[in-house]
Design a protein around this ligand. Sequence first.
Ligand code: NAP
Ligand code: MG
Length: 508
Amino acid sequence: MKDLTILTCAEQALPQEPFQARHFIDGHYVDSADGRVSDRISPSHGVLVSQAALGGQAETERAIASARAAFDDGRWSRLSGKDRAAVLNKVADLIEANQDTLAQIETLESGKPISQARGECGGAADLWRFAASLARTVQGDSHNTLGTDILATVLKEPIGVVSIITPWNFPFWILSQKLPFALAAGCTCIVKPSEMTPSTTAMLGDLLNEAGLPAGVCNIVLGHGDPVGALMSSHPAVDMVSFTGSTAVGKHITKAAGDTLKKVALELGGKNPQVIMPDADLDQAADAVTFGIYFNVGQCCNGTSRLIVHEDIAEAFVAKVVALSKQVRFGDPLHPDTQVGAIVTPEHASKIDGYVKTAIDQGAHCALGGAPLEVTGLGQQFYQPTVLTNVSPDMAIAHDEVFGPVLSVLTFKTLDDAIALANDSSYGLSAGIWSENVHTCLEFSRRAEAGTIWTNTWMDGFPELAFGGMKQSGQGREIGSYGFEEFLEVKSLVMRIGHSREPWVQTS
Ligand code: NAP
Ligand code: MG
C-alpha cells in the first residue's frame, strides 16, 4: 500500500537482556521445579523480550494451596474494608510509578503501540483505586418485619479462592479488571497470564509485596492453558474461576469447573456492530468506526468488526472510512505516534489473512488492504488496514471473530433490518448506533442484544459501569458494583430474640 503512513524508529530502546519472569507464590518469586522456561520474541522487533518460567502441576498445586491457606486463616478475608482499601490504593500508586517500565514490556511482548500500553497501565491504576473504594461498601440487607421475635440479615462474604485466567491482548488491563475487585471483596487469588505476555503480570508481584499485601493472598503462575489453566479451573480447593479469552476456551473451562460446581465468570469474544443511520454525524461516525477497527490492531474483544450502514449512504460512508484508514499511523510500536502495531503471532496473522481471502473467494469486495504489510526493518508480522464490502450475512467473515484490522460492511434499508442484522450473531458483547434522532437511538438500545450499547460514540469505558457480554460473549459482569458483587457470596442470618421458639418435639 503506497499511500499508508508507516512510522519507524531510528533508535530503538530495545532491552539488552530479556526480562526473567518467574512465578510468584506465597510472596516469593520462584522458578519451575523442572527449570523449564518459555521465550517470548517481540512480534514487532524480533528480539527476545522475556524468558518466563513455564509452570506445571507442581507450581499450580503450590499456588492453589497458598491461596487456600491465606483465605482460610483470614489474614486478608477478615481484614476491615478500610485496611484492604489502603493496600489496594498503594498498589495503584506503585503501578503509576512504574507505568513506563510496565508499558515498555507490554509493548514489546504484545506488539501494541507504546502510547496505548501507557494508557492501559495508567488506566489500570484507576481500576485499582476504584476497587479500593468498593472494599468499604460491602453491605447486605436487614429484615425487621419477620415477627416480633425474629431479626434477620443478609450478609455478603468473599466467595473464597478465585482463579484468574487472562489473555494476551490487554494483559495488564484485563488483570486489573479482575484482581483488585476480587481482593477488595476479600478473596485470595491464583493468576495465570497468557504465556505470550507474562511479564507485566509477573512484575506485579513485587508491587503487591511493596504495598503490603500479605503473602499468599495473590499467587501468580506462568505457563500454558494446559496444564496450569486447566488445573486452576478444576481444582477442588478453588471456589471461582474468572476468565477472559476465547469462547471456545470459556466453554472448556465451564465444563472443567462443573465437576466441583465452581462459580464461573466469563468475558469472551465479540462480533460487534456499529449501525450508521443516514441522519448521523457521518464524520464523527466514520472516525469512530476507524478507531473501532484498528485499535489494538483489531485484536480487541470490543473491536468494530461489522459496519451496518444504511444503503443510501453506504458508498459515501465507506469512502470516508477508507480515506481515514489510510491516514492511521501504522508501524513501530515503540514510536510514540504509532497508532497500529504488530499482530501478536505469525499464526494469528495467517488466520486473519485466511478469513480475508476466503471472504474474497466468496464474493466480498476488497475496498482496502487485504494482505500482510511489510514494515521496513521490522519484518512482516503486520497486516494492512482492510475494508471488505459486499459482505453477506452467511459468510464466515460476517459472523466469526477475526480479531484483526478487518472491517466487514453490510447494508440495510430499515431500522428493523439493522437491528436484525446487529443481532444476527452468536455473540453479544457490544453494539453501537449513530443517529441524531434520540428515538432511533433508544429503540436500538432497547432491542440490541449486547452487554454494552454505545450511541454516538464507541468504546468509552468507565470503572463505575458494568462490563460483560450476552449470549456466547460471556456470563457475569466485570468492574463497577456489579462486577464487585460477583466475588461476594450471600449468607442469610436469622436470629431469634428471647426464648419464644415453639418446641418441635412434644415432651410429656
Ligand atoms: P484464549 O486462547 O482463550 O486464552 C485465554 C487464556 O486462557 C490464556 O491464558 C490461555 O493460556 C488460557 N487457556 C487456554 N486453554 C485453557 C484451558 N484449557 N483451561 C484454562 N485456561 C486455558 O484467548 P486469547 O487468544 O489469549 O485471547 C483472545 C480472545 O480473548 C478473543 O476471543 C477475545 O475476544 C477474547 N477477549 C475477550 C474480552 C472480554 O472482556 N470479553 C477481552 C479481551 C479478549 P495460553 O494461551 O497461555 O496457553
Ligand atoms: Mg491461546
